[in-house]
Design a protein around this ligand. Structure first.
Ligand code: AMP
Length: 249
């Protein structure tokens, strides 16, 4: 089984984002960037399938600036075999990413494409679904268990009411949820080894994919500050306060 894994370089989940003064976006100057946490889970799942002898090759793909090479090297250090960077300095929307991944899937012919359920910078939760639609492949989103076998893959999904299990024909698209696994840290020897693994750089133009924007960011602003609360000593006091403030009549 050949696996394609999509990894995005995003603002690190420990960083508190700062909105730019002009409200045009998030200030990323000198901010720590890392692999999207759900994509680490996607890479880990692919590696576990390879360790079980189910997967034979893992190709990590990222669409982003030259620095996204670091994200791909992390995927290689974790255990991916080779990497493709589709380099662009523009912000690429989920549909643009899905079109690029669909084109690469056409060239690479993977049996399964594993993505995160969402990128923690835009929180779109769209790319995997759009990719499955563009390819006409079945999809198993929010996976908490992935079990391939017999030309199919069984995916247990985290849904509102509990867990749902779906069986997909291969090739298929799977997106990872938090409980699927706990990603490993790359060891120092593997980080060193990853430096010599193949990393190919392409552009959207070379792939013949139009990634021009269809969405316009009108304004980015901080969430409004919440006012401090007060503590009340009794239910009667609470009711009085609610009356005073007009919440109850
Ligand atoms: P989103 O739909 O933006 O929330 O992203 C969902 C998933 O799509 C991510 O977890 C990644 O696996 C993949 N993805 C989105 N953008 C990119 C990108 N620029 N490069 C590689 N993978 C991406």
């Amino acid at each position: 089984m050949k696996l394609l894994v999509a990894v995005k370089r995003v603002i690190d989940y420990n960083v508190k984002p700062r909105v730019k003064m002009d409200g045009s976006g998030i200030d990323l100057a000198n901010v720590k960037m890392s692999m999207n946490p759900f994509d680490e889970i996607a890479v880990e799942e692919a590696i576990r399938l390879k360790e079980k002898g189910v997967a034979t090759e893992i190709v990590a793909v990222s669409i982003g600036p030259a620095k996204a090479q670091e994200t791909l090297r992390t995927a290689l250090a974790m255990g991916a075999d080779r990497a493709i960077l589709v380099q662009t300095d523009d912000e690429v929307e989920p549909l643009g990413v899905a079109k690029i991944l669909a084109k690469i899937a056409g060239d690479e012919k993977p049996d399964m494409i594993v993505l995160g359920k969402q990128a923690i910078d835009d929180d779109s939760n769209q790319t995997g679904q759009m990719l499955a639609a563009l390819l006409g492949w079945p999809q198993g989103t929010f996976a908490s268990k992935v079990e391939p076998g017999d030309g199919k893959v069984k995916v247990t999904r985290e849904v509102d009411g509990g867990l749902e299990t779906v069986e997909l024909n291969i090739p298929a698209v799977v997106t990872t949820d938090l409980r699927l696994n706990e990603p490993r840290y790359a060891s120092l020897p593997n980080i060193m080894k990853a430096k010599s693994k193949p990393l190919e750089t392409r552009t959207a133009d070379e792939l013949g994919v139009d990634i021009s924007r269809r969405l316009e960011t009108v304004k980015v602003s901080e969430p409004s500050k919440r006012q401090a609360g007060i503590k009340v000593g009794s239910v009667d006091e609470l009711i009085d306060k609610l009356r005073e403030t007009g919440v109850v009549g």
